[in-house]
Design a protein around this ligand. Structure first.
Ligand code: HEC
Length: 195
């Protein structure tokens, strides 16, 4: 009980203090932006909560690409709130990391493993900053700050029309879907599409 009160107190304090700089080595507490409104690269996302890996996922039945894995991570504060409520709090940062799939290497004889070629996309909730509450950013393979993807892009419409919770694809995040189901936070479009 004391432990939980302490945790609550500490997280309340964390929100009151200014964001910790990535360079300092402490974990980020949320999204960070440049004065001109670009999003800074979430340097420590590999230390966040892992949600899933998709393999060769495609929205276009005719599309054939090289093999690719995508890994999804979320900042720990948002994850904890999701476990409690079944939906995402303000300052949620979801990272989609796309990695090339390799077949040949070392002793591997069959199947695929993840390679070094990587691109990063982010879906971030910042209610005061974005009129639609959420925004997408694509960092490509670099770590330079990224410019917001305009609201007319298909990222927004596909996520709004098909994603299970608050425009995020929780139906593909196996540890989160049961939570959202139990808390009745599944979106109307998703429920309509799901038999
Ligand atoms: C036609 C539908 C569709 C479009 C268009 C689309 N996405 Fe997604 N997106 C998905 C699916 C499906 C997933 C789940 C991936 C998985 O399970 O590994 C996803 C997951 C994500 C995630 C992980 C967090 C979340 O919201 O679930 C990010 C970040 C993301 N997409 C960014 C983008 C960006 C940036 C664009 C536009 C350039 C885009 N997406 C366009 C279907 C779409």
């Amino acid at each position: 009980m004391i432990g939980r009160t302490m945790t609550l107190l500490l997280s309340a304090l964390a929100f009151l203090s200014p964001p910790v700089l990535h360079e300092s080595g402490a974990a980020s507490i949320g999204p960070e932006f440049t004065p001109s409104g670009q999003m800074r690269f979430p340097e420590r996302y590999r230390e966040w909560i892992y949600l899933t890996t998709g393999f060769d996922m495609s929205y276009d039945p005719g599309m054939k690409m090289g093999h690719v894995f995508d890994n999804v991570f979320v900042n720990p504060e948002a994850y904890k709130a999701f476990v409690d409520t079944g939906t995402w709090p303000d300052k949620t940062v979801l990272v989609l990391e796309n990695r090339e799939a390799n077949g040949k290497g070392s002793i591997n004889q069959a199947g695929n493993f993840q390679g070094h070629d990587v691109t990063v996309e982010v879906h971030v909730k910042d209610e005061a900053r974005f009129p639609g509450k959420w925004a997408f950013f694509a960092f490509g393979g670099g770590k330079q700050p990224a410019t917001i993807i305009p609201a007319a892009a298909d990222c927004y419409s596909c996520h709004a029309q098909h994603a299970a919770v608050d425009t995020t694809f929780v139906q593909f995040y196996p540890t989160l879907l049961p939570i959202a189901t139990a808390k009745h936070t599944l979106s109307a479009p998703y429920l309509k599409e799901t038999p």
